[in-house]
Design a protein around this ligand. Sequence first.
Ligand code: 8ID
Ligand code: ZN
Ligand code: ZN
Length: 349
Amino acid sequence: SIPDMQWAQVIEQKGGPSVYKQIPVPKPGPDEVLIKVRYSGVCHTDLHAMKGDWPLPLKQPLVGGHEGAGIVVAKGELAKGIEIGDHAGIKWLNGSCLACEFCKTSDEPLCPDAELSGYTVDGTFQQYAIGKAAHVSKLPKEVALDAVAPILCAGVTVYKGLKESGAKPGQTVAIVGAGGGLGSLAQQYAKAMGLRVIAIDGGDEKRGMCEQLGAEAYIDFTKSKDLVEDVKAATPGGLGAHAVLLLAVSEKPFQQAVEYARPRGSIVAIGMPANAFLKAPVFTTVVKMINIKGSYVGNRQDGVEAVDFFVRGLIKAPYKTVPLKELPEVFELMEQGKIAGRYVLEIPE
Ligand code: 8ID
Ligand code: ZN
Ligand code: ZN
């Protein structure tokens, strides 16, 4: 039976902190499902939401979280294609209008009426969370809910970003921020897609992890004397990377990537450091025919495909599990750039 009250992490005002407290259990609307969340990954976006450092208004008070995996326990009368008892995941895109031109052409993330989990609507850092039936990800019952949680944002996002990069099997992708949550999964998706990986991040713990995940080279941005030359030297023929995935939460790599991208290469901006700008010399961009673009989560089918890679056992990235009440400690480590891989919160039963 579904209780009236539940435990949640609640951000009461911009800047935080996130407070562990009891709040009412929400009721699903006609086109929604209620999911008993068992695990939720912690994405750096959740930290941006607590800080309120993006130019996008957010709900207050707010329950964060958008990598939630659990079990459907209630549904509205219009919720189709999903049943009580099914395993399901809530992603960043909690819902969209399904009627605008973007929704109709499988660009739901661009929907002007998109609802965002843990940002414009309450997310998955609570025992019971709501998602639109059309957008929740169905998960096979044999899949472990803790391990699959990070796929719901980090996995989908980097899989889509790699597709958007246009990199083909055998080509080289430089992953900037490779040691973080998105980066660790990006290395596994890249490998599964037949790409060669150069990992860029800082510190020896991340070096060890990246080497285990299959990176052919690890470049430590905190130690390299000439990062551009080091990245180029790690690519076949020294020509530069066919694709660069920018996942870091700092501005510098967004202004540097054009220097080590291969001629005709692509640069995909995914990380969203606050107040940062993409800047590239026009001359270099033109004469190298560089393609610079952004990539924002994925559509529903990208979600299906990203989960499918995971279900087939192709994606194995490290994560650590801690109880929901320890979210503030996770945010602290994240702020300091000290997390290799992902943290997953275990939600109390
Ligand atoms: O749809 C999207 N575009 C989307 C989806 C999900 C997340 C975008 N994001 C954004 C988040 O909001 C955040 O801004 O992607 C960014 C990365 O999220 P994350 O992977 O969850 O963050 P993390 O685990 O903290 O990893 C960041 C890594 O970047 C490294 C850090 O050491 C860390 O490992 N890093 C930094 I900060 N500066 C670096 C630099 N100069 C760097 N790595 C290389 N060079
Ligand atoms: Zn996210
Ligand atoms: Zn729409």
